[in-house]
Write a new protein. Structure first.
Length: 236
């Protein structure tokens, strides 16, 4: 497993994309570290968006509910702080990525360099070709993940995606333990795998493990040189 903290996010929205006038109506972020869920954040979001009846029926989020919610800009500032320095994961990340950066921009928030996305849909296509579907609910059933409640609510979907991420990390550790050696199942590995050819996953893992070992050796050498410099200064 990895000791880095990964933030799993999910949006509910009034439309399919910001470019078409869609706005976020709810967001959740679930923090995952060392093989478990460690924290979460969720809030409805008030904006000037109108929620069409079919989306209200799908999500259960009404115009009346968001009218009483905190302002979208306030929510985005809070969730940006909650996920600071954390790489991100989402199910069908291209959808969430668009709303994430759009709502951050509207809130006047600077982009966090750590906020790169890994996508559990892309990963599932490579890791579980035998799954009947890559929809979140079907993958949850396929892996017998915990039931987190109503689908199409941000916290429930983010929690389900977090459990799927944990399952993926565990399966990667089991499948490629000899190739990984001491390398962790990091967000970097996930982003490499989601771009890899489905028939070249093992090579992707071994390349990552080699680069990780080189990075660790270089870091250890730099730390040793720093200690030697400090000792020479103290003994001068």
């Amino acid at each position: 497993m990895s000791l880095e903290t990964i933030a799993v996010i999910d949006f509910e929205t009034s439309g399919l994309a910001p470019q078409g006038g869609g706005r976020a109506t709810e967001i959740a972020a679930v923090l995952v570290r060392d093989g478990r869920i460690v924290d979460s954040y969720a809030s409805l979001m008030k904006s000037d968006a109108y929620i069409p009846p079919f989306i209200e029926q799908l999500t259960g989020i009404s115009n009346e509910m968001v009218a009483q919610a905190p302002e979208a800009a306030q929510v985005m500032r809070e969730v940006a702080a909650f996920t600071r320095h954390c790489p991100l994961v989402a199910h069908n990340a291209s959808f969430d990525r668009g709303f994430w950066f759009h709502e951050l921009e509207l809130a006047g928030c600077d982009r966090d360099p750590a906020h790169e996305f890994a996508c559990t849909v892309l990963l599932a296509r490579r890791l579980y070709p035998e799954a009947p579907s890559c929809k979140l609910g079907r993958l949850a059933q396929f892996h017998a993940l915990p039931d987190m409640g109503r689908a199409h609510r941000a916290l429930a979907d983010a929690q389900t995606t977090a459990h799927l991420l944990l399952r993926m990390q565990s399966d990667l550790q089991d499948r490629y333990s000899s190739d990984l050696e001491c390398a962790p199942i990091s967000h970097e590995l996930l982003t490499r795998l989601q771009r890899a050819n489905k028939n070249a996953l093992k090579r992707c893992v071994t390349d990552y493990a080699r680069h990780w070992a080189q990075w660790r050796a270089a870091r250890a050498q730099a730390e040793l040189q720093g200690m030697e410099t400090t000792n020479r200064f103290l003994n001068a």
